[in-house]
Unconditional design. Structure first.
Length: 234
């Protein structure tokens, strides 16, 4: 079994080394695509893993909080958590608004419709910044997933063309005349698919996680504004 595997590995390596210049170019580009794809996959996996930890830490921190003031105190030590940032952003807005009203000697309680809209826009801007960051580099996976199979197909077409040229040059259609070119075509196809399949899967997974995160942060923002209303601060 070991000898068979070694012969197979040697055969594949020999096939790559003896491939045409066009096929080698296709394989090189597919290799670069694959490296870029796996780099993005690893980076995004680590990023979303950190976000899951932030969500768990936020939930544990606020489980005993009874109002928005206690929630703001509970999330103070959570660092760069996007969940905590929603609470902190709301708190900063209310503090700045209260200070501005005091400077203007305004004694009105609650927020006007314009101020409430400004609060909503402020929170949404923070959420959009987080989501934009999570979606960074993900489009590269879509580009690789769409381009790599076409690149492999390009190598396949070249291999088939070379096979027909070999038949024409040798005047025979025997397998020995066309086998190298057919092998070039197949290995180019395999390289394109090998680069594209992980990229497409990862693109869909990470896009779904980004959308789920956006929904969670938007619900948290709505719950926070609703809590302010229940507490009579709006």
């Amino acid at each position: 079994m070991i000898q068979d595997g070694g012969l197979m590995d040697t055969g594949i390596l020999s096939l790559v080394l003896k491939a045409s210049i066009e096929t080698k170019a296709v394989l090189a580009i597919c290799a670069l695509f694959s490296i870029a794809s796996w780099y993005v996959i690893a980076a995004k996996w680590w990023e979303f893993r950190s976000l899951r930890r932030h969500r768990r830490e936020y939930q544990e921190a606020v489980v005993q909080a009874r109002d928005t003031v206690e929630r703001q105190k509970a999330v103070a030590a959570l660092g760069g958590s996007p969940y905590a940032d929603v609470i902190r952003g709301t708190g900063r807005f209310m503090e700045d608004l209260t200070a501005a009203m005091q400077r203007a000697n305004v004694t009105r309680s609650g927020l006007s419709l314009t101020q409430l809209e400004a609060l909503t826009l402020t929170i949404e801007a923070g959420i959009s910044a987080v989501i934009d960051e999570t979606r960074r580099m993900i489009p590269l996976l879509a580009v690789i997933g769409a381009t790599a199979p076409l690149l492999g197909l390009f190598g396949t077409v070249i291999g088939i063309m070379n096979a027909f040229l070999g038949i024409a040059a040798k005047g025979t259609g025997q397998i020995a005349a066309v086998a190298p070119s057919i092998a070039d075509a197949l290995i180019a196809t395999a390289a394109g698919l090998g680069a594209a399949i992980p990229a497409v899967i990862a693109y869909n997974v990470f896009t779904g996680r980004s959308e789920r995160l956006e929904g969670e942060l938007e619900r948290l923002a709505q719950e926070t504004i609703g809590a302010l209303g229940r507490e009579g601060r709006l």
